[in-house]
Design a protein around this ligand. Structure first.
Ligand code: IDP
Length: 139
């Protein structure tokens, strides 16, 4: 039985600045997922604060928002069978230092000792988050 979903993927400012957008898109498409919409965004603080609302008040919230404001973000609406958990598996765990080799963060992410917050990509973590985040970024 198929379970086609849509998810929000962001290539964060470090990924765009390092010219890794194409490599990240290649991995998404090679997995069999489809691009439904795509745009390059200079995100406003209000959008980022809403996007990361669950982290408001945490010590890394402010530096995270500043990092996300620091350059262009590539926003992608991606469709596919179980793409929400599938893209998170492609991305790897949050800290690129320990993300598994073979994942986007594990293969391409810079060591978090130097580049905390920077881990190349975001992917929605549940159907509810995907619906909320897609509405924010592709209003
Ligand atoms: P995820 O992106 O792997 O789902 P979340 O826990 O939702 O991870 O955190 C959102 C983003 O906040 C991470 O991708 C990363 O950029 C940043 N972040 C998370 N935890 C930390 C931390 O402990 N220090 C600095 N940045 C963090």
């Amino acid at each position: 039985m198929t379970n086609v979903q849509e998810t929000l993927v962001l290539v964060k400012p470090d990924g765009v600045a390092r010219n890794l957008s194409g490599e990240i898109l290649r991995r998404i498409e090679a997995k069999g997922y489809s691009l439904v919409d795509i745009k390059l965004v200079q995100a406003e603080r209000t959008l980022l604060a809403e996007h990361y609302a669950e982290h408001a008040g945490k010590p890394f919230f402010e530096p995270l928002v500043e990092f996300m404001e620091s350059g262009s973000i590539l926003a992608l609406r991606v469709a596919g069978d179980r793409v929400i958990e599938g893209f998170r598996a492609l991305a790897g765990t949050t800290d690129p230092t320990t993300a598994a080799p073979g994942t986007i963060r594990g293969d391409l992410g810079r060591d978090w000792g130097l580049k905390v917050q920077q881990n190349l990509v975001h992917g929605s973590d549940s159907p509810e988050s995907a619906a909320r985040e897609l509405a924010l970024w592709f209003a």
